[in-house]
Design a protein around this ligand. Sequence first.
Ligand code: XLS
Ligand code: CA
Ligand code: CA
Length: 437
Amino acid sequence: MSEYFKGIKQIEYVGKGSKEQLAFHYYNPKEIIGGKSMEDHLRFSVAYWHTFTAEGRDMFGVESAHREWNKYTDPLDKALARADAAFEFMSKLGVKYFCFHDRDLVDEQETLRETNKLLDKVVEHIKGKMKESGIKLLWGTANLFAHPRFMQGAATTCDADVYAYASAQVKKALEITKELNGENYVFWGGREGYETLLNTNMELELNNLAKFMHMAVEYAKEIGFTGQFLIEPKPKEPTKHQYDFDVANSYAFLQKYNLDKYFKFNIEANHATLAGHTFQHELRYARINNLLGSIDANMGDLLLGWDTDQFPTNVYENVLAMYEILKNGGIAPGGLNFDAHVRRPSYEDIDLFYAHIAGMDAFALGLKIAHKIIEDKVLEDFIEKRYNSFKEGIGKKIVEGTTNLKELEDYVIDKKVSLPKSGRQEYLENIINQYIF
Ligand code: XLS
Ligand code: CA
Ligand code: CA
């Protein structure tokens, strides 16, 4: 078997002072933070599609990277080589999880039957690799967006044959996810949305989408797949409007169609910002509704405004994300999946290591700092006091729902209502800075 990442040894923790860059400066997998190892807190995962399948093509240019393992013309040879490279990479990096779309593992063939046959061979190979390395599958999913048949949607298409094809793909993707002991299964809306309402029966499309998900839930029960189902919201791209716009919108959809007991959310940082939210907002909204399932750890570029899927090196953002995760009591059975790709000019294989190390270190730092902020109750104490007025008197009655408009009017009608306490935003931002720097 070829070695693809020659000259790269196991990536180790060397600590903050070291100048070695093929090493972790903050991520120390076995270090205990608040009773749990860093590795168990963070549950890092590598995204098969960005790291092993794609090669740096963008809208204006062809591939900038040429990965040795993708050079084969025979689809099976290519798929097996790609899997070998993937497991070598993940083992050297020390990441314990990965995620895939069905079509990342193997190229699509003439018929679904042929593709599935190839897929089975690759899955068998991957199974062996997983056993050998101890690396696990965080989640699987189906690619229902790349092939032109899905140009007008998969579960929300105008064409029943396409709907059937997408359903069959999900069926198979569930089977292989189960076969590989996947801990979750993700639905990202791909092309589920619309370009113009002039040609769209929105009601039918949404009903069909809900039926699609119900069928998946039923089939999972039938085959004994017990992983967590996740929805990954995104407001736009590739369609002008995606139906799973953000967490709140998708939660309304899940509730309307009685799917809320089966699904949680896979929240991606870059999708949050595309929706006009902060990453923390999406995490918070999911968390308070007990729906925080997993994370696609990346970041966008606010100056560009499209889905740039960059490695999450912004420590400030990661502190706030880890704050939500810790407050959630952790992220398992979800994890932090690097749904991120190296910039097109970072085309060498070694850049894949630098990029993941950067994301892992920045999240490890985020974890350490967020843990300290929570331990010291920096925000908790402040927030607690901020809402003191709801602990007694009329405030208590509001919270308990034992008052009414008449009583509230009586309460204030002759009262001089003073200004609420200062929000102290800058004071808090300064304290957070003191923890970070
Ligand atoms: C695309 C999505 C996709 C999902 C999985 O923007 O992030 O990669 O995570 O289908
Ligand atoms: Ca994603
Ligand atoms: Ca993205």
